[in-house]
Design a protein around this ligand. Sequence first.
Ligand SMILES: Cc1cc2nc3c(=O)[nH]c(=O)nc-3n(C[C@H](O)[C@H](O)[C@H](O)COP(=O)(O)OP(=O)(O)OC[C@H]3O[C@@H](n4cnc5c(N)ncnc54)[C@H](O)[C@@H]3O)c2cc1C
Length: 402
Amino acid sequence: MSESRQARPARWDVVVIGLGALGSAAAMHLARRGKRVLGLERFELGHKRGASHDSSRILRHSYHTPVYVRLTQEAYADWAALERWSGEQLVTVTGGLDLFPADPAIPMDDYTASLSEVGIPFELLDVAETGRRWPQFALPDGTTGLYQERGAIVPAARTTALMQKLAVAAGAELRGSTRVLELVDRGGHVELVIGDGLDHLDQRVVADRVVVCADAWTNEVLAGLDVRLPLETTLEQATYFAPERPGSFAPHHLPLWIWMDDPSFYGFPCYGEPTVKAAQDCGGPVIDTSDPFSRTAEPDAEMLERLASFVTTLLPEAGRPVRSIRCQYTLTPDRDFVMAPVPGHESVVVGLGAAHGFKFAPTFGRILADLAESGTTSSDVSPFGMDRAALVDPSYQAHWLV
Ligand SMILES: Cc1cc2nc3c(=O)[nH]c(=O)nc-3n(C[C@H](O)[C@H](O)[C@H](O)COP(=O)(O)OP(=O)(O)OC[C@H]3O[C@@H](n4cnc5c(N)ncnc54)[C@H](O)[C@@H]3O)c2cc1C
């Protein structure tokens, strides 16, 4: 047995299960608070089978409820703290433009009322004014642009790796290729059976608290507690387009944009390379995640065609698609997060980002650390409990576009 193995505690303060963006953030926050933290990740750290890889994610204030808008204020502060701790610049402010067609499927009033209630400034732009500011857009008549100047891009894989680095620097032990096979609440402590990547039984681990950030595999991890959330996982696709004149798609020349209708699409200005990324929100098929090795990494031609036809109508000079990546969405029926202890098993805390959680990753980390430490948090997590109707009422009608 190596020296570092001998130094491992017999009982950890907190074990974090899943080291995508959310679990890495939780491990980082807990370790920085002096907790003895073990982070366990089924695949190699930084893998591409989950939801936290690739280049970029959107950070924005613009949301459909005041609770989310307030949480975005915390998110900007938490990203700023992460920048301070790491000495790295992570947030690239570009402005964000939510484009509502006439009679949109996603109600604009939800957004304007929520931003106004919290006191976040925004502008409403008609087609002429949007075209004057950003002539790259060819908008249908009657479109209204909700512009919020702090809309920003944050790096995805880079931030996840950075939070892992900060967690380790603060004393956490993070293990890749280590799968949690069983989780048992012993009342007072939690026992885990873990295996290597090949699922050979390996070791028992004991912790005071467990934080579960397993996203698409949350139910698999919680099975030992007899808990099953009504989650659906879809296999999404983001595509990079190569404009002939990338200069006019540079961050200071084009904002982030979201088409607020059904179907809903979104896109980025150039970020780190002379391409623009775009995707459909909830545009992919529902998949079975029980065998992650069967998930395809191949682009879907029909999804690509649907996206390309929309993008070239909205942004005629976006250019041709040059590559696509696949990524998972794990959705709750109301598209709201989970940030809560498991009812009846208060030692186990769950964090789930409902396919819009990356912008809140450092915030998830802080809040999950609060919940693991003391069972409470100063942030408003009241809509994100595990006993809400959307998660316990089988007749609840799923609505993913918000
Ligand atoms: C294409 C795409 C675009 C997106 N755009 C945005 C955006 O612009 N803004 C935004 O805010 N959000 C966005 N999201 C959503 C955001 O990326 C996710 O909510 C977030 O990355 C989820 O992180 P996670 O750590 O919960 O999940 P994951 O990254 O999937 O991590 C979960 C981890 O748990 C591990 N695991 C599972 N079971 C076990 C086990 N038994 N033992 C050990 N480990 C286990 C998995 O291997 C995995 O690594 C987007 C997502 C996608 C796919």
